[in-house]
Structure formats: C-alpha cells, structure tokens
Design a protein around this ligand. Structure first.
Ligand SMILES: [Zn+2]
Length: 272
C-alpha cells in the first residue's frame, strides 16, 4: 500500500484508489494530484491501496479487498492484512474512494447512508446519482471507522474514468475546504440498493437494461444464451452489466427521492 500526503499536519481527509487492482483510473488521478502542484489548505492522504493487484492487472490476489474488512476472509489472504492497514490509515477521515465499473459510463456515488458529511459533499460532485447501500456493509470499506463516499467514475481502464476521477477528486477537495473556490450543488437522485439479480447458468450474457432507467414489470432486461429474462416486478437497475460480476447481473434499486440543497447548504431528501 502506498500512502502519500499533500499539505502538513494530521489529515482528516483521504482519497483512496485501487481498492480493486483492475481499476487504474483513480491511481492516475492520484498521480496527477501529486505532480500538478495542487496546493491544499487542509492536509490530505492519498492512498493507492492494492499495489500488488494493480501490478498484476487483477481485481485482487486472494480476496476482494472491498469485502475483506471483516473476519470472513482467511488470515493468510494478502487482502486481509491490507484491509487492516487501510482501515488504520483512513481511521477518522472523510474519504473519497475511487472505483470504476463495467456497468456505467456516467459517474455515480455509493454510500451506506445519508449522514451530514455525505449530504453536504455528494451534491457537489459531478455524479448522476447516489446509491444508498444501507448499513449492512458486508466487510466493505464502509465498515471502517471513517466516513466513506465511493464513486464509480466510468468504465474500467477508460480514459474518461481517469479524467472523471481527477475532476471528482478536485471537487471533493473543494467541497471539504482543502482547495479554495466554489462548487455547485445540484439536485441528486437517490436510490436504495435492493437485491442482487442472479444470472442463470449460461455461456453468454447480454444486458438490455440501463442503469437508473426504470425496468417495467414484463420487460426483458437481459438474456442468457439468447434466452430473454423478463422482470417480475418493476425496478431500477444498479451496477448492471453482462460480465462485471461472476454470478449476478447487478442489483435492483428503488427510487428513494431527490436530495435538494438549499442556499444555506442544508440538503434534504424529498420523495417525489
Ligand atoms: Zn471497484
């Protein structure tokens, strides 16, 4: 794990990249922050988490690091010790964790809930939506003693994902007062993460549903070996892709409301 710092003092802010080794966009953003002369007014930790997986071009070596923050991962797994070190490094911090995906070109944020920091910061990031996972965080970075905002910045290994990661990192640093200047708060759609959607056994998969675009009951949202799969009930697809996960297409989501920020900076979730 590589830990760098911008500014002097004990950081209360951190930006984390390469939780997954096959998502180099966030690492490029961190390299740029380290070399472009960014002058921070608050100290910030910059962390490249799974350097070994990054080097190997793999998501992980022994276990998914974003499921390794609990006791269910074998002690001898590389990611078990790494999870301990990363939990230590971000303890007490407000953290932007940069990811990329096979499911969506448009950046979106993921957080366990809507605490004050999340409400204040996420509407200032250029993201299309916020997905709330709920507090059952299954060994994710969310389980650590820190405020975590994850952002999926675009397609894995794309130039756009790296560009988006850098822009969103600057927005995060501005929103938290580490960089001078202003950001714009936009109204943000919030979705609650539902159940995983299982893939039936097949050799080839297709996905027709688009993330955050409602799938109606009866609509064909995907196919397995050319056989269409039809929704029993309506849902919003979240993190959907043909091959991003081994056993699931993604998750069902439900619309929770719109996070609206008033002029005094207070953000309220209104159902509409
Ligand atoms: Zn990831």
């Amino acid at each position: 794990m590589r830990v760098e710092q911008l500014g002097n003092g004990e950081p209360e802010l951190a930006i984390v990249a390469a939780i997954h080794g096959d998502e180099p966009g966030g690492v490029e953003a961190i390299e740029r922050l380290l070399t472009d002369g960014t002058n921070v007014e608050r100290p910030v930790k910059l962390i490249v988490a799974n350097e070994k997986a990054l080097e190997a071009g793999e998501r992980y070596l022994d276990a998914d690091l974003n499921r390794a923050f609990d006791e269910n991962v074998p002690e001898d797994a590389h990611e078990r010790e790494l999870a301990r070190q990363l939990a230590d490094a971000v303890q007490g911090c407000t953290v932007l964790s940069l990811h990329s995906t096979q499911s969506s070109a448009r950046p979106f944020a993921i957080s366990p809930g809507l605490d004050d920091a999340t409400r204040a910061i996420v509407p200032q990031l250029s993201v299309a939506a916020l997905v709330r996972t709920g507090l059952d965080v299954e060994g994710r970075l969310f389980a650590t003693d820190a405020t975590i905002i994850e952002v999926e910045t675009g397609y894995q290994r794309s130039v756009e994902a790296a560009e988006n990661a850098y822009r969103i990192a600057l927005e995060f640093l501005t929103a938290t007062g580490a960089l001078p200047g202003y950001t714009v708060s936009t109204d943000l759609s919030v979705y609650d993460l539902g159940e995983p959607v299982e893939k039936p056994p097949a050799d080839e998969y297709e996905v027709f549903a688009e993330n955050f675009t409602h799938v109606d009951a009866g609509e064909t949202y995907a196919a397995a070996d050319g056989e269409g799969l039809t929704a029993q009930e309506g849902f919003y697809p979240v993190l959907f892709s043909a091959y991003g996960y081994e056993n699931i297409f993604g998750y069902t989501g439900s619309f929770a409301g719109t996070l609206q920020t008033t002029e005094d900076g207070t953000a309220t979730l209104t159902a509409d």
